[in-house]
Design a protein around this ligand. Structure first.
Ligand code: FE
Length: 220
């Protein structure tokens, strides 16, 4: 190899090394699960390769008449006026990254366009932010009824299994208040309001999880 070619290659090699180092460095959100429950979730998730993109484009799994999504208690930690945002992630936020997506549909499997979805949850250590709006946010379903939320797997808190709270409302419809649960969590069976109809469909994806849930609104 001529010296001039080697000179040209050197910056390229340095660039490649930096890129490889960046890819292998642990990001704050890709840290190992901090408790056995989260680890159990990852371990029991399907090993089918997935990505946020594939979750985003997956057609709704719906057959008529679809059963309406059950309502569940609001709990004590709802706060009105959450910010409009599709990502609840913040720099340095602990926990296993979770991409939750799906559709808002009628019992005839028709998309509900512009449905409000207002999510709130505990952080990875089971704490709610009751003074601010950490891990709280609302968004609206798109023209196909689709929604997507970027967040982290919530932690346990006394008396409750892992869950995400949500209110879903069609533009001209009533509010559905409910909660979503995680498969494979041993505390599910000890939670008095746990409902298997509200289980997320979870796949492992890179350093996190993809979860799918379709909301079926009654009386639409
Ligand atoms: Fe809760």
């Amino acid at each position: 190899m001529k010296p001039i070619a080697a000179k040209k290659l050197t910056p390229l090699l340095y660039g490649l090394m930096i890129l490889l180092a960046a890819c292998s460095a642990p990001a704050s959100l890709s840290q190992a699960p901090s408790n056995a429950t989260a680890a159990q979730l990852v371990a029991t998730a399907s090993q089918t390769p997935g990505s946020a993109e594939s979750a985003q484009t997956q057609a709704p799994d719906c057959s008529t008449p679809a059963a309406a999504t059950p309502a569940l208690t609001e709990g004590p930690y709802f706060k009105a006026n959450s910010p409009e945002r599709a990502s609840l992630l913040e720099p340095g936020m602990a926990g296993t990254k979770l991409t939750l997506s799906g559709y808002v549909l009628t019992t005839d499997c028709q998309p509900v366009v512009g449905a409000l979805l207002d999510f709130w949850q505990a952080d990875a250590s089971g704490q709610y932010d009751n003074s601010g709006y950490t891990l709280r946010g609302h968004q609206f379903s798109d023209q196909s009824g689709h929604y997507q939320l970027e967040t982290v797997v919530p932690g346990l808190y006394p008396g409750r299994t892992e869950h995400i709270h949500v209110k879903v409302k069609a533009p001209d419809g009533p509010v559905l208040t409910t909660q979503l649960f995680f498969p494979g969590v041993s505390q599910n069976d000890q939670d008095s309001i746990y409902d298997p109809a509200l289980l997320l469909d979870i796949q492992q994806s890179g350093d996190g999880l993809n979860a799918i849930f379709n909301f079926i609104l009654a009386g639409r």
